[in-house]
Design a protein around this ligand. Structure first.
Ligand code: ADP
Ligand code: ZN
Ligand code: ZN
Length: 824
């Protein structure tokens, strides 16, 4: 580690530029700088927080500016993480500055935590621009608002759908400057507290009874409450349990004030909640069954050898993969090393974390995006200091500064949430492998539906395949039945959401006091609004997609950019009043279930009912505890939950994902159906699964119904081989975008020329319109590049980037997505 005195530092700044910049150091900083520490430097008219890459005394050729302030006395990124960052920048063709920013603690908040104000240039521009710009132009609106006073980025993005983009462009032009409120604050000063609010029950039901008859509340007449208070009370009645106040604020206006006044009136309780390390009761580990033991033994040997080895743990749903993770982590910890467990975004719940606390106590750190900055910084420090050696986190958890890393487990390795859908577009699972390799650590990738890539890597011997073929305690796999909805229509002459069979099965569960999960992988009430007279479908103003009708909010919503408008009473195109709603979403499924089963207690889990992580947990906990009979939801409900009383899983339509213009459509459908089917029959009661479909012969649907992963893998692999898709080729999606159609078209044309004829070993498809040709007000064209050689592909992509820089394309115009998961 370089100690001593230096005159210069090379700094990677969070800007889409590849090279580091050299700054001179003021006397006061010369002894204190270290690679991996954050430093504030001037950059054009702005101040940026960058990361020191190198400290040296080599005078640069150009005049340098002086660094302003050192943030960390101890590096936040050690040599291992810095080199991981370099690998990501190279492999994913992303600017190192953007990569390193994403690896820093609180990375995601840095942008949001800023308070923006106008620069002098911005004031001039505002005067000019406000004269000619359209009044609803987000850039103009932001300028107008900032003219009055500085505003936080979080506030701006809440009130303007496209604020983030507008902010970036204003920032680039030097019209606005940010005060970084994040780094200024000392995280240790504030206690890690938050508030939870819960309705006071005047007549609490007997403890543990699953079917209480509603929730009684104190008889304070509602008329004495003001509107926010009434709304909050009504919400709490509908959603029993304790809620995080911050989450509520995002849904109900003034709920914070209302909660405090309701607490004074004795209607609700407010409790401070400290998330930190709460060691639960220590649970005795299960004795592994023979299949678990064999898998664990194999992993254990590699752990003891202290060498890099990668395992693919393929275990059917309910086969007890978690127990193996726990044991492997324990083995690593016993050696004095650290372990990292990555889980999909939505799966990181307190129930899940609880298992780790109970096994490892205060050695556990949880990295969760729902935590406050203070809490996350706190966890990060505990990891860094070595006091936490077991880390559970989502995608970016792969950058946790775990000391002496011995093991990384990636649970549900096939999950799409491991892929970051913005620059740098890395896949956390793949980064985990690279990080482990450098650290001589082991990797365990676990799934009941491994991705084609991972399974193929196991076939090729890159990973060792470990299999858990059956469920714990030899519980049967659920019986799956396909219901052909075309046949159902012929027989009933009705276009119904539910088949007779599914309705009957739900009815039986209600009678038996068993629970049902109903999946429909589309939110909203109906998927589009159309006009019978002219055929017009109401589209988003920013994107070439139809708007979805959300009944509760009485508005049409764009699921891509968040644009919303009122429901039209007449057709916006021809003014006919024959507008009608088409397609079924989860909100409508819930409503129809209420109608069919008025006495049933139904909860819905999708991105409309879950705006914060806490609500997700509240609904799920309620379901687990038996407060609901039926849980309706989108793919959110398919992920790893273990609810023993669920004996029926119904899939309203298996077909939604199949029509997507994406070569992974079949794989995703297979994974979703298999995973959701796996939610049934996990307790002592056997479960059944009913899948409604109009494609009963499609292999993904058929093989999911048979729960035959191996058959699916082989069939899909043959298709990928025939079409030269991954895992047989490396693939990248190169996309150009601009608000101006001509510009987007021109850029794509220029790229087309650059890549004609394609270099050897490469195949280029396009340029063509992207499947969603216009998104967030930008026109988009794409080229798909396939190559048998990664090196050749990477070289070509670097050439594309250099070309864009040479032509001075705007920084956000070119998107390079290596190993893309979504081609939309
Ligand atoms: P998976 O992740 O493979 O779907 P889980 O790890 O959730 O499965 O395990 C399913 C259930 O079986 C859990 O409730 C778990 O506690 C239990 N379990 C795991 N291993 C054993 C074992 N060896 N003996 C008894 N129960 C076990
Ligand atoms: Zn019309
Ligand atoms: Zn939109």
């Amino acid at each position: 580690m370089p100690e001593g005195s230096f005159q210069y530092v090379d700094v990677s700044v969070p800007a889409p530029l590849d090279r580091p910049f050299t700054y001179s150091l003021p006397e006061t900083l010369r002894h204190r700088v270290r690679p991996g520490s954050r430093i504030v430097v001037p950059f054009g008219p702005r101040k940026l927080t960058g990361v020191i890459l190198r400290c040296h005394d080599e005078p640069p050729n150009l005049a340098t500016r002086e660094a302003l302030r050192l943030i960390d006395s101890e590096p936040v990124l050690d040599a291992e993480l810095l080199s991981l960052g370099r690998w990501i920048a190279g492999y994913y063709c992303a600017p190192l500055g953007d990569v390193l920013r994403g690896m820093l603690p609180l990375a995601s908040e840095i942008h949001r935590g800023k308070v923006w104000s106008l620069t002098d240039a911005g004031r001039d521009a505002a005067r000019q621009l406000l004269l000619d710009a359209a009044p609803d132009d987000p850039v103009a609106r932001i300028l107008a608002m900032l003219e009055k006073r500085p505003l936080s980025a979080a506030y701006l993005s809440r009130i303007l759908p496209l604020a983030d983009k507008a902010i970036r462009s204003l920032d680039r032009k030097g019209f606005i400057a940010a005060e970084d409120v994040q780094t200024e604050r000392d995280p240790l000063r504030a206690p890690a507290t938050r508030l939870r609010v819960e309705l006071i029950q005047s007549e609490p039901g007997p403890e543990g009874t699953p079917s209480g008859s509603g929730h009684s509340v104190p008889s304070l007449p509602d008329g004495k409450l003001n509107k926010p208070e009434r709304e909050l009370k009504a919400f709490l009645e509908l959603h029993p349990g304790s809620h995080n106040l911050k989450d509520l604020e995002s849904m109900l206006a003034h709920s914070s004030t209302a909660a405090r006044s309701l607490a004074r009136k004795g209607v609700v309780t407010l409790t401070a909640e400290t998330i930190g390390v709460t060691a639960g009761a220590v649970r005795a580990p299960h004795t592994l069954n023979p299949a678990q033991q064999a898998a664990y033994d194999a992993i254990r040997l590699a752990i003891d050898a202290r060498e890099f080895r990668a395992f693919l743990l393929y275990g059917v749903t309910g086969s007890g993969k978690t127990e193996i993770y726990l044991n492997a982590i324990q083995a690593v910890v016993a050696q004095g090393r650290g372990a990292l467990l990555l889980v999909p975004e939505i799966a990181l719940t307190p129930a899940m974390a609880g298992q780790f606390f109970s096994r490892f106590g205060d050695r556990v750190a949880i990295l969760h995006s729902a935590f406050t900055d203070v809490e996350r910084t706190d966890q990060w420090r505990r990891i860094r200091s070595g006091s936490a050696s077991v880390v559970v986190g989502t995608r970016s958890g792969v950058f946790a500064p775990v000391r002496n890393l011995g093991l990384i487990v990636v649970d549900e390795e096939h999950d799409g949430s491991y892929k970051q859908e913005e620059t740098p577009r890395y896949n956390g699972r793949d980064v985990a492998l690279v990080r482990a390799q450098a650290a001589h650590a082991c990797v365990v990738l676990g799934s009941a539906t491994p991705s084609l890539e991972s399974r193929f890597n196991a076939e090729r011997g890159k990973y060792t395949l470990l299999t858990l073929p059956g469920r714990i305690e030899a519980r049967p796999m659920p019986a799956v039945e396909l219901i052909d909805m075309r046949q159902e229509f012929l027989e009933t002459r009705q276009q119904a959401t539910f088949s007779r069979k599914l309705i009957e099965a739900i009815g039986q569960r209600l009678e038996n006091g068993e629970q049902t999960i109903i999946l429909l992988n589309r939110r909203g009430f109906s998927s589009f609004v159309a006009c019978r007279a002219c055929g017009e479908r109401v589209q988003c103003v920013n994107c070439s997609v139809t708007l979805t009708f959300h009944k509760r909010d009485r508005r049409l919503l764009c699921h891509y950019c968040g644009y919303a408008e009122k429901v039209p009473s007449v057709c916006p195109k021809c003014a006919s009043d024959h507008v009608y709603f088409l397609g079924v979403g989860s909100e409508r499924v819930e409503e129809e279930l209420h109608r069919a089963f008025p006495a049933a207690r139904i909860a819905r889990l999708d991105r409309d009912t879950v705006t914060g992580k806490r609500q997700y947990e509240t609904i799920l906990d309620g379901f687990r505890e038996g407060s609901f009979d039926i849980l309706v939801g989108t793919q959110m409900i398919a992920k790893g939950h273990d609810i023993p009383n669920v004996t029926l899983v119904g899939v309203v339509s298996a077909d939604i994902g199949l029509g997507m213009p994406d070569f992974r459509a079949a794989e995703r459908t297979f994974q979703l159906l298999t995973q959701v089917a796996g939610r049934a029959g996990r307790g002592s009661l056997p479960g059944i699964v009913l899948i409604q479909t109009i494609n009963p012969d499609h292999y993904a649907v058929r093989m999911a119904a048979a729960q035959d992963y191996t058959a699916f893998y082989e069939k899909e692999l043959a298709f990928r081989r025939a079409m030269s898709y991954p895992p047989f080729t490396a693939m990248a999606n190169v996309l150009v975008r601009s608000e101006k159609k001509e510009l987007a078209l021109r850029m794509s044309g220029e790229l087309g020329m650059l890549l004609t004829p394609p270099p050897e070993k490469l195949r280029v498809m396009g340029p063509a319109e992207a499947p969603v040709p216009r998104l967030k007000a930008e026109y988009r064209y794409q080229l798909l590049i396939k190559s048998a050689s990664r090196i050749a592909l990477n070289a070509l992509l670097q050439k594309v980037r250099a070309f864009a820089q040479e032509r001075k394309w705007p920084a956000t115009a070119l998107v390079i997505d290596v190993d893309p998961l979504s081609l939309l």
